[in-house]
Ligand binder design. Structure first.
Ligand code: DCT
Ligand code: MG
Length: 393
């Protein structure tokens, strides 16, 4: 999966999308089947969720409501809609009537109403209203700026700001990251194509070999799940000998920078310490504590893309994982977000284990469970292995 030195550079090409329909072809109704509730496992990490599914209009509606709930800080409500959407993504075919769902876990009253509206009328009035609302549109516009989260966007909205021009004209205080985000707004909101991601992977791999032969670069995130495009490029760096990766990231980033390939970067040091013991589940909201670089690359135009200007700004996250933590980092950085959230929930509730992107800790046995591959982590959790292309929950 990773690119070693000397070998032909090939990122994750065997994880290209494969969609299989367990119960027939896309578009087929599912009404002839037993109630779906009996077929659907309660946690998303127990299900196979392909990238393409037959209930796009339904999941889109629910995810709009999830996003809107998130914008107003209602995390619980947001999660309920996300869960419902995720269940629909795992259905074997197109839903044509609400009754087919049966008592499906994870789909609440409100979500059922939305599903029914879309099934019957093609749209949900509630969703259409949200999409047109000034608040939703403004929040969407602002949170698409690199470095702007819900809290900042919400504050700006409350201050009466509505457009990107407002931000500039009213001299809103912006961090260096947000300034870069605003400067490259258009590029950073143009999807990154797989070819572009692979090309950036090769650039990083080349730089990595320069300073640490034998180190590897692995494309994670949505691309590893088979997505043809994404909002950024997530790259994991490691070396087969523990400890050799120390100091690598800053050298790689400095070198890329000296080549004029970096438009913005800020790095964060590794703050993970095993001796601190596991973190309580849900105890903190940082994703992980790896040495990490948040950056914007300057990518020379490939083919037609950005040809007018000759280059394009692309968001790249570089993450360094010591080899012993690599399988956990890979699992954590492959996503989807909801799949990861469900894995951690399953580990905690069903196994009394704490899973994060560094380790798996068994609180009953009081020990860390090491793993040399993602498969072993699933084994520790007593879960059937779910390949990356089926983690699109
Ligand atoms: N991740 C997570 N929890 C978060 C943020 C991220 O578990 N709060 C994981 C899941 C995916 C991975 O990190 C990379 O994150 P993104 O790049 O945001 O997600 P993506 O699936 O790669 O989406 P995109 O294709 O848009 O880049
Ligand atoms: Mg990504």
């Amino acid at each position: 999966e990773s690119m070693g030195s000397g070998r032909p550079v090939e990122i994750e090409s065997r994880h290209r999308l494969r969609v299989s329909w367990a119960w027939g072809e896309p578009g087929n109704g599912v009404s002839a089947l037993a109630p779906l509730g009996q077929q659907m496992a309660p946690y998303a990490c127990q299900r196979r969720t392909p990238l393409l599914h037959s209930n796009q209009p339904l999941t889109e509606a629910l995810e709009t409501l999830a996003e809107d709930a998130g914008f107003s800080g209602s995390e619980g409500r947001s999660l309920a809609f996300t869960r419902a959407a995720s269940v629909l993504k795992a259905l074997p075919g197109r839903l044509s009537a609400l009754e087919e769902l049966g008592p499906l876990p994870g789909i609440g009253e409100h979500s059922r109403r939305v599903i029914q509206d879309v099934l019957e009328d093609g749209v949900s009035v509630e969703v259409e209203r949200v999409k047109l609302s000034e608040r939703y549109r403004t929040m969407k516009l602002f949170t698409k700026i690199f470095g702007v989260g819900v809290r900042t966007a919400s504050r700006w909205y409350q201050e009466g700001l509505r457009t990107l021009v407002d931000l500039q004209e009213r001299n809103t205080k912006l961090t260096r990251q947000q300034q870069a985000g605003l400067r490259h707004y258009e590029d950073l909101n143009t999807p990154v194509e797989r070819g572009e991601a692979e090309s950036i992977g090769r650039m990083v791999q080349e730089a990595v070999q320069r300073f640490l032969p034998g180190a590897s670069v692995t494309l994670a995130g949505g691309f590893r799940r088979g997505k043809p495009h994404g909002h950024d490029v997530d790259l994991l760096l490691t070396h087969p000998e523990a400890g050799r990766e120390a100091g690598l990231l800053s050298r790689v980033v400095s070198w890329l920078d000296s080549q004029g390939l970096i438009l913005y970067q800020h790095s964060q040091e590794n703050s993970f310490a095993l001796h601190e013991g596991p973190e309580p589940p849900g105890g903190r909201d940082v994703l992980d504590r790896f040495e990490r670089c948040f950056s914007i690359f300057r990518l020379e135009a490939q083919g037609r893309l950005g040809a007018a200007r000759g280059w394009k700004a692309v968001r790249v996250d570089l993450v360094v994982a010591p080899v012993g933590q690599f399988p956990f980092a890979l699992l954590g950085w492959t996503g989807s977000r909801h799949f990861e959230r469900e894995l951690r929930r399953f580990a905690g509730h069903e196994r009394k284990m704490v899973l994060n992107s560094h380790t798996l800790y068994d609180t009953r046995l009081n020990l860390f469970l090491p793993a040399a591959s993602e498969e072993e982590i699933f084994q520790h959790l007593g879960l059937e292995y779910v390949p990356p292309t089926q983690r699109n929950a």
